[in-house]
Design a protein. Sequence first.
Length: 144
Amino acid sequence: LAIADHGRLLGVDYGEARIGLAISDPTGLIATPIDAIKAAGNQDAANIARAAVEQEARGIVVGLPLSLDGSQGPAARKVNAFCARLRKETDLSVVTWDERMTTVEAHSLLREAGKSPSKARGAARGKIDSASAAIILDSYMQSN
């Protein structure tokens, strides 16, 4: 996905319970969290493909949870399997992006905003996941 191809990108923070989502502006400069969705197992790829269409995205950036040493553990393998299913559901480009520090960054941004990530429940947890998705997407866009 090259930034020269202007259009929106959908950022995804894939999780077992919730999937955080973010969308970029058409210029590819600003990532904004949108409502997370509840994980639904084998429906997840179809749900994300549908969200991409609804958001008029031209590509999907999925956070890849590498180990601190850069290797792929069980979580990264789950994300790669999800991406393989997602590629079968959509004609859009699907890329993975190193997300090692995004959850930490999302928590610290929420703390700065006066929110307590450790006390978050329900919908607030989804906000953390979507904040992580926005950080993943922002990091991807800045690298291009």
